[in-house]
Design a protein around this ligand. Structure first.
Ligand code: 5AD
Ligand code: SF4
Ligand code: FES
Length: 364
């Protein structure tokens, strides 16, 4: 069996053992992975990066994930809900500035009031933009009926991270109760696909108790699930969360960053035509984190459009960037970063995953 990084990179399909070798690649070897990922990106998705204007709609959450700063058990957070008018203002900004799409993310709620509120909001955004603005939702696990309702109201992509594809690890980072069921989450991903969304998922990298074998399993999970989009980033500790007590067993930040970068690069090589986000968390651990992610395969960036007055309220982790920057500042900043990475911006386009189009054509 071949064990060298170079030999593995020439294989058409990676097995679990191959992924473990790649994820363990040292400083010199990882450059080979990054180079290959850059080539794959260039060939299969090109050098266009798509903007998704991000609105963090609300930090009210019914869940209590052990890693997250806005979990329901954290009583020191002031809870907010962005008004419809403010969301529409962000939508208008996105349109006026040629962002093809928005991402609307929120703490998880399944009550009727919330579901209806989101439905109405989607309809308003669609009306405002004459159906032109693409909408991605990231609102956790919902019933099939809710997913259908939101799809019918104009959302066509959905992000739901699996966080970890290993159920044992999943239950170390979430409470083990009916509200945090691994199986329910897995089923939610299947429902999203059934309803017709472009489906995205992802994991955190460098979690306490996570092994390289877990991460290899995550990559295999993405391939098996045939996902259209991925969003991955390093786990970053937050002092008001239960996982904070394990901060001393975490990988050093630089290692966590490079492991995250390897995950992006390897996934690009494995799933050549999906959309991969250069996530904000990457930038928390490295000032040039997002550019570096773009260079090794990412092709999506989410400039923050949440009204600045709410941003402090959406700190899922510490040292989150762009807390005080207005939409226009993030836009200029990201434009510069994308150019530094040698890419260009796909203004005014939805930039849907090519993988989604291909699987629609083959009809499954
Ligand atoms: N560090 C990094 N990512 C986090 N998320 C939540 N908490 C943290 C953290 N402490 C991520 C989760 C979730 C997404 C919205 O934010 O992966 O799915
Ligand atoms: Fe809520 Fe999402 Fe944070 Fe979990 S990760 S507590 S579901 S906002
Ligand atoms: Fe917000 Fe750089 S992206 S300031």
């Amino acid at each position: 069996m071949d064990h060298s990084v170079e030999q593995i990179l020439n294989k058409p399909v990676f097995e679990r053992e191959d992924l473990i070798v790649l994820l363990n690649a040292d400083k010199k070897e990882r450059e080979l992975i990054f180079r290959k990922a850059a080539e794959v990106k260039k060939e299969f998705v090109g050098n266009k990066v798509y903007f998704r204007g991000l609105v963090e709609l609300s930090n009210i959450c019914s869940k209590n994930c052990y890693y997250c700063g806005i979990r329901s058990g954290n009583k020191v957070v002031d809870r907010y809900f962005v008004s419809d008018d403010e969301v529409l203002e962000a939508a208008r900004y996105a349109m006026d500035n040629g962002y093809g799409s928005m991402v609307i993310q929120s703490g998880e709620r399944t009550d009727k009031v919330f579901v209806k509120k989101v439905t109405n909001m989607l309809e308003k955004i669609k009306a405002l933009s004459d159906g032109k603005l693409g909408i991605t939702l990231s609102m956790g696990e919902q019933t099939e009926e809710t997913y259908r309702q939101w799809y019918a109201s104009g959302a066509h992509r959905y992000l739901l991270r699996i966080e970890s594809s290993n159920p044992d690890l999943y239950y170390k980072i979430h409470p083990n109760d009916a509200r945090h069921s691994f199986d329910y989450r897995l089923n939610a991903l299947r429902l999203l696909r059934k309803v017709g969304y472009n489906v995205g998922t992802g994991v955190m990298i460098g979690l306490p108790f996570q092994t390289i074998d877990d991460l290899a399993g995550d990559l295999l999970f993405f391939r098996d699930m045939d996902i259209d989009m991925a969003g991955m980033g390093p786990y970053i500790e937050h002092k008001d969360t239960p996982l904070y007590q394990y901060r001393n067993i975490l990988m050093p930040k630089a290692d966590r960053f490079y492991l995250s970068l390897k995950m992006v690069a390897i996934l690009r090589i494995m799933m050549k035509d999906i959309n991969i986000a250069a996530t904000t968390a990457m930038q928390t651990l490295d000032k040039q984190g997002r550019e570096k992610a773009l260079k090794v395969g990412a092709n999506i960036i989410m400039p923050n459009l949440t009204p600045v007055k709410y941003r402090e309220g959406y700190l899922l982790y510490e040292d989150k960037p762009c807390i005080n920057e207005e939409a226009s500042e993030c836009k200029n900043c990201l434009e510069a970063r994308i150019h530094i990475a040698g890419d260009e911006i796909g203004y005014g386009e939805w930039g849907d995953s090519k993988h989604f189009a291909a699987r629609k054509q083959s009809n499954n």
